[in-house]
Each structure stands twice: as structure tokens, then as C-alpha cells.
Design a protein. Structure first.
Length: 238
């Protein structure tokens, strides 16, 4: 089976990573994904990896089976107004009203909403969500993150996801350290301190390609699932 994939936010740091993987043909378990529609916010960049881009206002080049969105919340909403198929949303920083609109779209189409598409970080979230400690209240929790200085939302969606998983497991309210510096691709650290021991888990992104690969695996998941609904990366068997 060949799936056509649309990239929304195609000229951005993440959009270019996704387009680049698709341009050489991304295969997974016998299925092939190819670049379909490529959308950017301006006409300044006319192509990504040799494939022509269009603005959201220009006519569609071809129908796609699934969209991948790494843009801005207001741009994601624009996509929801036009799309008619599953969407992988990697964009972060949505407010309550924007999340409500995403949920509405998900009542008719499959949507994967994941603030961090890296399989490694999601293994950590899964691990934390299954932790069973008898004395969680005896641990002080410190969450730290560093991202490049261009990142708009702070703290990141990833840090919020870690905090939420720990909250569900009844850990103490964490202390949070956030830095936006240089061109750092994304580091998250979870530290648990008790009187007699310390646990530190660090996840560091070395190459943004990991998010792009994760998004494409997520897209495959939605296409195979073929059911409306709002999915998280924890639903995917990585
Ligand atoms: P970027 O600034 O490099 O790219 C943003 C893209 O969105 C550009 O192509 C821009 O043209 C497009 N865009 C902006 N406003 C638009 C509009 N109104 N209409 C149409 N297109 C518009 O940003 P980036 O580093 O690629 O990150 C994009 C998003 O993805 C951010 O929210 C970031 O936090 C998030 N992100 C998520 C993950 C993840 O794993 N989920 C990983 C990295 C980044």
C-alpha cells in the first residue's frame, strides 16, 4: 500500500525533517509513505526537497491519506478547517479552546496529539505511568528542560506530559526548571530525591529526525487503526 502524506508547516525545522524522510520514501511493515501536499505559510520557499510547496490559501495539489502538522496552534486550526482525514499533531502550546476544537475534529477523524514524538521519551512516560512505589510522598521531584531559544511555548508540552503522568501516580508537586538557550534540540531530566537515594532519568535529543520518524510511525498507526478518536503516543505499541 502507498500512502500520500501532507506536511503542514513544511518549511519549519520539523516540517523539513518530515519532508526529507518522505522524499526518499518512508517504509514500515510493508507500507510506503510518500510526500503528497506540502504546505507552508508563505510563498518565499517554493519547494522542500524538490517538491513544490503551496500556501494554505492556494489550491490543493493532491488528496492525502494523512496529515502531519508541525506548525503553530493558529495554523493547526486552519488545517482542521480544511482536512478530511487523520492528522498527526506535533505542534505544541494549545490553549483550552484550541484543544476543544481538536477534540471536535477527532470525533470524526483519527487524531494523534503528541507533544513529543520521540519513541525514547515515550518509553520513559510509559515506565513512569506503571511505577509502583510504596512511599511516593517521600520523594521530592525536580523536572528540568532545555530547548533552543526559538521555542515559543514554555514549559514545553513534554514537560507538562511528564508532570501529568507523575501527578496521576500521586507524586509530590515537582519543582520545575526551564531554560531556552542556544540551538539545543531538547533535553528533559526527571530527578527523584528521597532521604537515602536519588533517581535521575535524562532524555536528550541528538537529531530532530527522531521526532519526524516518530510522527510517521504515528501516522501509520492512525491509518491502520482507521477509527475516529483522539490518541496519544501512549496508545502506540512502539
Ligand atoms: P518552526 O518555527 O521552525 O516552523 C513552523 C512552521 O509553521 C513553518 O513552516 C511556518 O511557515 C509554519 N507556520 C507558522 N505559522 C503559520 C500559519 N499561520 N499558517 C501556516 N503555516 C504556518 O518550528 P518547529 O521547530 O518546526 O516546531 C513547530 C512546532 O512543533 C512547535 O509547536 C514545536 O514546539 C513543535 N515540536 C514538536 C515536537 C514533537 O515531537 N511533538 C518536536 C519538535 C517541535
Amino acid at each position: 500500500m502507498i500512502y500520500k502524506v501532507g506536511v503542514w508547516g513544511a518549511t519549519g525545522r520539523m516540517g523539513q525533517e518530515v519532508a526529507s524522510l518522505l522524499h526518499s520514501g518512508f517504509t514500515h511493515r510493508g507500507a510506503l509513505m510518500e510526500l503528497g501536499d506540502v504546505v507552508a505559510s508563505s510563498k518565499k520557499i517554493r519547494s522542500v526537497d524538490g517538491v513544490p510547496t503551496r500556501t494554505p490559501e492556494e489550491p490543493v495539489f493532491q488528496d492525502v491519506h494523512v496529515w502531519i502538522d508541525f506548525s503553530r496552534p493558529e495554523a493547526t486550526l486552519k488545517l482542521l478547517d480544511h482536512a478530511r482525514c487523520p492528522i498527526v499533531i506535533g505542534t505544541t502550546g494549545f490553549n483550552e479552546a484550541e484543544l476543544k476544537r481538536i477534540k471536535e475534529y477527532a470525533s470524526d477523524h483519527a487524531v494523534l496529539l503528541a507533544p513529543n514524538m520521540s519513541p525514547g521519551l515515550n518509553w520513559i512516560l510509559k515506565m513512569l505511568s506503571s511505577v509502583s512505589l510504596s512511599a511516593k510522598e517521600s520523594f521530592d521531584v525536580v523536572l528540568s528542560e532545555t530547548h533552543h531559544k526559538h521555542k515559543k511555548d514554555s514549559p514545553s508540552g513534554t514537560l507538562k506530559a511528564i508532570k501529568s503522568v507523575l501527578g496521576e501516580r500521586d507524586f509530590n508537586e515537582p519543582q520545575v526548571n526551564v531554560a531556552r538557550a542556544g540551538e539545543e534540540k531538547g533535553t528533559h531530566q526527571i530527578q527523584l530525591f528521597s532521604e537515602c537515594e536519588e533517581i535521575t532519568i535524562t532524555h536528550r535529543v541528538l537529531d530532530r529526525k527522531v521526532f519526524a520518524q516518530g510522527a510517521l510511525l504515528g501516522a501509520m498507526y492512525l491509518l491502520k487503526k482507521n477509527q475516529p478518536g483522539l490518541y496519544s503516543y501512549l496508545d502506540i505499541d512502539i
